[in-house]
Design a protein around this ligand. Sequence first.
Ligand code: FES
Length: 147
Amino acid sequence: MITLKINGKEHEVDVDPTMPLLWVIRDIIGYTGTKFGCGKGLCGACMVLMDGNAVNSCQMPVSAMEGKEIITIEGKTENLQALQKSWAEFNVPQCGFCQSGQLITATSMLNNNPNPSEAEINGNMSRNICRCGTYTRIKGAIKHCVE
Ligand code: FES
C-alpha cells in the first residue's frame, strides 16, 4: 500500500510502485482534471503541485510521492484560486485541454515568486504547450493576478 496526500485528503492505493502518479490520480483516485498529453514530460498537460512546485505527473513514479503534499487542479490554494478567477475574467481557454497544467505551472511560479517579471513569466510558462495558442491570454491573466 502507498499512502498519498492529495488535495488535503489521504488515499491508500494498492498499485505497482512504478506506476506514474498521473494514472493513479486519474484512474484510481478519480481526479480527472489532470490531463495526459505526451506521456514524455514535454507538454505540461499533466502538471500537479508537489510540495508547492509543479511536476510532470506522467514522469513521477507513485512510490516517490509518499509524504509529499500533492495538489491537483481540483485542489484549493490561495494562488491557484486567484489564478482561476483571473483565467475566467480573461476568458483564457479555447479547447481547454492544456489549461489545468498551465494553471498549475502558474501557481507554482507564484508560490515561489509572487511578483514575476515578464521574462520570468515567459521562462516559467515555457514548460507548457497550448495547441490553440492561448499564450497571450495566459500571460495577460497572470499579469492581472499579480498586479
Ligand atoms: Fe506529462 Fe505531457 S503528459 S508532460
